[in-house]
Design a protein around this ligand. Sequence first.
Ligand SMILES: [Zn+2]
Ligand SMILES: [Zn+2]
Length: 259
Amino acid sequence: MENEITILGSNGTKGLEGGTSAFYINAQNVIDAGNLLHPLKKDVAKIETIWLTHSHLDHILDIAYILDSYFEKRVETLVVRGLPETLEAVQKHFINDIIWPDFTKIKLTDSNKMAMVCKPIDIGEVYRLDETTSIYAFETDHTVPSCGYVVKKNSSSVLITADTYDLSCVERLVKSDKSISTLVIECSFPSEMEKLAIISKHLTPKLLFSGLKSIETLGLQLKINHIKPLYKKSIIEEIAQKQGVWEVEILEDGKKIHF
Ligand SMILES: [Zn+2]
Ligand SMILES: [Zn+2]
């Protein structure tokens, strides 16, 4: 059976084109909210759960707009899930009645249901999304508390790191969870900008491939996202040199990820 998710926003920051971090799992579930409104249009009203990786703006932005732009169309509460620190940051600094209305205090039209609720996740706990799909989170290494997700459909899984510097979590997981066939890993900066990558806890092609060295013979698919648009050309050129060792694909908005 064909297992797939779709990347809705592949960029590492807002550029002139394209969106930032978001993955479509099924009609009710997405990972991150960087770019939901434009690709999904009126179907954003059907989203029931957003699984956040961390609190940075390029990953949370469209929480604001999917609630506001299709408020009348919503029939279910929007459940925002993530690490407790991530949810606290979203509520304290974003959906707080100052930057944007606090939708956790607003009821849906003609309903007793709240428009939004935040619900923390536990690392490693498996959450079932539908008959064939489940998800669990793992800790990653970024400037704020952050996690990645493993999405399993039928018997195969895709691992999504989101923003991270350290890749030992990936190495550990692919060795312990044999269902993982595909990796989606961020690569924000070219290797010549390693200093900035380390300070901002992101990856360059050099850091990425050295971090994956011990698992390069396992035959996993490797997909790259979160490239800063300004450096796209040089990052793609660098990654191309590694073709052969890894079968690498650079993800673009709307691309289906088969696993
Ligand atoms: Zn980011
Ligand atoms: Zn980030």
